[in-house]
Design a protein around this ligand. Structure first.
Ligand SMILES: *Cc1c(COP(=O)(O)O)cnc(C)c1O
Length: 422
């Protein structure tokens, strides 16, 4: 087999940056990517023959671990029946039913092919339902790469949105209002300024794309109240937290009902899937029952549905509380190792997610805080951890994903690697 170095050299000739999604290139942690030959449970094996404990888990989908036998079996059974029809199939109905049953705030759901499509479509629906254009987005939250969400700004509350990338016209993001995560006062101010123009507030109910930043007490409740008071829709982007924060997502865990929910990652069991859903009165606006157009050649793909169904079936029988307790203990053990080595970190943890922030701050609650962390120190740590057999997220501002397949031995190996890497 070609080595990672050989493959990366070849890949850069034919694929921009050598990767099909930017963070994989490991640029921000100062090294080249490992190419994966295979993955099983909580481990990946590189083409170079190195086996690593994997806390990326495909950025979240593999809550059961890689190549779970039941998911593999469901796929092997589905493949001979054809891989795409462009006509409805039974598995779509069953997965939709199970998703709706799991999420109290959801009466109907539409399957798409990625989280990006899910959030883009949910925003279109919110704009159609309200007849308004503006959307409130939190700085540091990621909602996929649709134009409207690719806005960033230098200040906490920006009335002028600036595109975060070339290729996005200013006109496309001028309706995207930005505010810091956990800043309820800032959202109130936006509603004062634009009260009748805000179609939706979109939020990761636990932020996972600036490292893990949980919502402060009262933050999500406050958003719910503001949206209700102003006739705006509250969109929970549960692409990461859906079926991970709890089986019924972060909304079940915190008891708050959004108007629309977006999902992805886990519901495809590792195949490309996204979904958006919500109250029937809104979802009925989607074509062909309504006038809001949204479509997809491969949407509801039979293989993706089979993998999703098999995943949810195993998840329903899985002990989330036990996994959370194990991750809590693991995080405490990590903290102890860092303390013992005198390296200041803050470790955030929620359900089966964690982030190690290299910082001497004591509290982090938004992107401003996150940006003050020592990304260079994380990069050096990442490289040593990888050499010592542990694959962490290749960016200081991502979330570590633990799966049901990770063993106590994996945790012990990780702690040992941390000791060697500091
Ligand atoms: C990953 C992610 C997306 C985008 O999903 P893709 O499948 O990568 O398009 C959207 N929102 C959140 C919260 C995500 O973590």
């Amino acid at each position: 087999m070609k080595s990672s170095a050989e493959l990366f050299k070849e890949a850069r000739e034919f694929i921009p940056g050598g990767v099909n999604s930017p963070v994989r290139a490991c640029l921000s942690v100062g090294c080249d990517p490992l190419f994966v030959a295979s993955a099983k449970g909580g481990h990946i094996t590189s083409v170079d023959g190195q086996e690593l404990v994997d806390f990326v888990e495909s950025w979240g989908p593999m809550l059961l671990g890689h190549a779970h036998p039941e998911v593999t079996r469901a796929l092997l059974e589905a493949v001979p029946l054809g891989t795409s029809y462009g006509a409805p199939c039974p598995a779509e109905v069953e997965l939709a039913r199970q998703v709706v049953e799991a999420f109290p705030a959801m009466d109907m759901v539409r399957m798409v092919n990625s989280g990006t499509e899910a959030t883009m479509s949910a925003l279109r629906l919110a704009r159609a339902v309200t007849g308004r254009d503006k959307v409130v987005k939190f700085i540091g939250c990621y909602h996929g790469h649709a134009d409207a969400f690719l806005a960033s700004a230098g200040s906490g509350v920006a009335t002028l949105s600036i595109p975060g990338t070339p290729g996005v016209p200013e006109a496309t993001v001028q309706d995207t209002l930005l505010v810091q995560y956990n800043d309820l006062r800032g959202v109130e101010d936006l509603f004062k300024l634009y009260s009748d123009d805000i179609a939706a507030v979109i939020v990761e109910p636990a932020a996972g794309n600036m490292g893990l930043i949980p919502p402060k007490q009262g933050f999500l409740e406050g958003l719910r109240k503001l949206c209700t008071a102003h006739g705006s829709l509250l969109i929970f982007d549960e692409v990461i937290t859906g079926f991970r924060a709890a089986y019924g997502g972060m909304q079940t865990r915190c008891g708050i009902e959004p108007d629309l929910t977006t999902m992805g990652k886990i519901i495809g069991g590792g195949l490309p899937v996204g979904a958006y859903g919500g109250k029937a009165e809104y979802m009925r606006r989607i074509a062909p029952s309504g006038d809001v157009y949204q479509a997809g050649t491969l949407s509801g793909n039979p293989l993706a549905m089979a993998a999703g169904l098999a995943t949810l079936k195993v998840l329903r029988a899985s002990d989330y509380a036990a996994l959370e307790a194990r991750v809590e203990r693991f995080a405490k053990d990590l903290e102890a190792v860092f303390a013992e080595k005198g390296v200041p970190v803050v470790i955030h943890r929620l359900a089966s997610m964690f982030t190690i922030f290299f910082t001497d701050q004591t509290e982090l609650s938004n992107f401003e805080d996150v940006r003050r962390c020592d990304a260079a120190a994380y990069g050096a740590f990442f490289r040593k951890m990888r050499a010592n057999g542990v694959f962490l997220a290749p960016s200081a501002f991502e979330t570590g994903m633990v799966s049901f397949a990770h063993t106590e031995d994996d945790f012990a190996r990780t702690l040992e690697a941390v000791r060697k890497s500091l």
